[in-house]
Design a protein around this ligand. Structure first.
Ligand SMILES: [Zn+2]
Length: 186
């Protein structure tokens, strides 16, 4: 499927990326400063094809729901990452199982003090610890203020950290195609 784009006016071009990134959590500690108590709720599917990973649920008429692919609810929360000097988006499953990210994060936010949170991940298990932000450390005030202004003006949504996938493109992925065939959707 193709459509006309105008390179001079950008008419028809995909929506401009905000440059917003997801926080990368690995086996090595990633420090972040949570500064917002509210985030966005998002439904995601997980696809192994072409290492796509999380793909937002398309809602009504979703190609991935139609083949019975499991859907999970996640919270997107903006945090400041002092390692990159930018506000990034933390993805936390709403699952309450041991090793989930959300319950310890909630407890830290409830305490209400500005803290640095250290995140590590081993497979699906997260470890969360926190401490005071040293007075002479980068507190990220200007990046956080710029983010808050733009976000309050609805210049972007946190979900823009995920690419928007075309339904026809998803239908061509091998795992999706084979399930569609079995379900008589092709
Ligand atoms: Zn779906």
């Amino acid at each position: 499927m193709s459509h006309i784009v105008n390179l001079l006016t950008d008419e028809g071009m995909p929506q401009a990326a905000t440059g917003l990134q997801r926080v990368k959590i690995s086996e090595s500690e990633t420090p972040v400063y949570p500064f917002a108590a509210s985030g966005e709720l998002i439904s995601l599917h997980y696809l192994d094809d072409e290492e796509l990973g999380y793909v937002p649920c398309g809602g009504k008429g979703c190609v991935l729901c139609a083949i019975g692919l499991h859907r999970t609810e996640h919270v997107l929360l903006p945090v400041y990452n002092p390692s990159t000097g930018a506000v990034e988006v933390l993805l936390a499953s709403t699952s309450q199982r041991p090793g989930s990210l959300l319950p310890p994060l909630k407890a830290i936010l409830k305490a209400g003090r500005p803290v640095v949170v250290f995140l590590t991940r081993n497979g699906k298990k997260f470890t969360v610890s926190s401490g005071a932000i040293p007075a002479d450390a980068d507190h990220g005030e200007s990046a956080i203020a710029a983010f808050n202004t733009a976000y309050a003006a609805k210049e972007f949504k946190l979900e823009s950290v995920f690419p928007v996938y075309d339904a026809d493109l998803l239908k061509e992925l091998p795992s999706v195609k084979s399930k569609r065939k079995i379900k008589g959707l092709e």
